[in-house]
Design a protein. Structure first.
Ligand code: NAP
Length: 253
């Protein structure tokens, strides 16, 4: 029996990167899954790729009306939610101190913090005892990378929210945990709008700082549907399936 047999799960930002890889794994483990994202074409492609037991609902996590519509549909169709992976996020608003704009700050915090907060808060009425909330932070939250302060601070906020939420929902038997991935080769880096050479140079500088000396990536020929970011898998299952509460699972390779 799969680890998520009969569970109803939601992954925000499930149409790409880490969210999509996790989505494939959740369905392989028996979940019925809802995925979201702003881009309808990518959402349809992800639903087709996952192939079964999945519904795509277009929406922006920074738009509270979209979140209301999302949960209204889940409630109507399934009546409950067992697992929420609040994964949607952006990382393209980079600028060193001195040239950070109000727009960059607002956009990053609107999606990575405000959007994540209301994703979770609005899910709560659908969640019951045994429910599991997993938040996607980043190892950036504790690093000091040039020009990435706003993104890093948004991910530190995610960790902080989880600590307090653990206390807020513990009496309901709902667990909150955080995963903090290290660098993984996903489309998030394409959104930086940098010339290829600049990205390659930055990447070459980052790689030696990763303990395993390489970026996380999707396996070309997975033995089964085990996602990419293979090192994420044990951490994710720990966070989801056992008794951990308020933990941070960091995997930096
Ligand atoms: N890749 C890394 O090295 C790394 C490391 C640590 C943490 N992370 C975190 O992992 C998460 C996923 O990132 P990724 O690397 O997999 O990048 P990705 O492939 O670009 O995925 C980001 C996902 O978030 C969705 N999204 C972004 N803004 C949204 C919004 N306002 N409303 C709804 N969905 C939104 C995107 O879909 P749409 O564009 O269609 O909305 C997409 O599905 C992010 O929170 C990121 O910060 C990534």
């Amino acid at each position: 029996m799969g680890k998520l047999q009969s569970k109803i799960a939601l992954i925000t930002g499930g149409n790409s990167g880490i969210g999509l890889a996790t989505a494939e794994e959740f369905v392989a483990e028996g979940a019925y899954l809802y995925i979201t994202g702003r881009r309808p074409k990518q959402l349809d492609a992800a639903v087709a790729r996952i192939g079964r037991n999945v519904t795509g609902i277009q929406g922006d996590v920074a738009n509270l009306a979209d979140l209301d519509r999302l949960y209204a549909q889940i409630e109507k169709e399934k009546g409950r939610l067992d697992v929420v992976f609040a994964n949607a996020g952006i990382g393209n608003q980079v600028a060193p101190l001195g040239s950070i704009t109000e727009e960059q700050f607002d956009l990053t915090f609107d999606i990575n913090v405000r959007g994540l907060l209301f994703t979770v808060q609005k899910a709560l009425p659908l969640m019951q005892k045994g429910g599991s909330i997993l938040l996607n932070s980043s190892t950036a939250s504790v690093k000091g990378v040039p020009a990435v302060s706003v993104y890093s601070a948004s991910k530190a906020a995610v960790r902080s929210l989880a600590r307090c939420w653990t206390s807020d929902v513990k009496d309901r038997g709902i667990r909150v945990n955080v995963i903090a991935p290290g660098y993984a080769e996903t489309p998030i880096f394409e959104t930086l709008d940098w010339p290829k050479e600049r990205f390659q140079a930055v990447k070459a500088g980052i790689t030696p700082t990763i303990p395993l000396g390489r970026w996380g990536h999707r396996r070309k020929r997975p033995p089964r549907l085990l996602s990419s970011w293979l090192r994420m898998t044990p951490a994710m299952w720990q966070a989801l399936s056992f008794t951990w509460m308020g933990e941070l699972f960091q995997f930096d390779a």
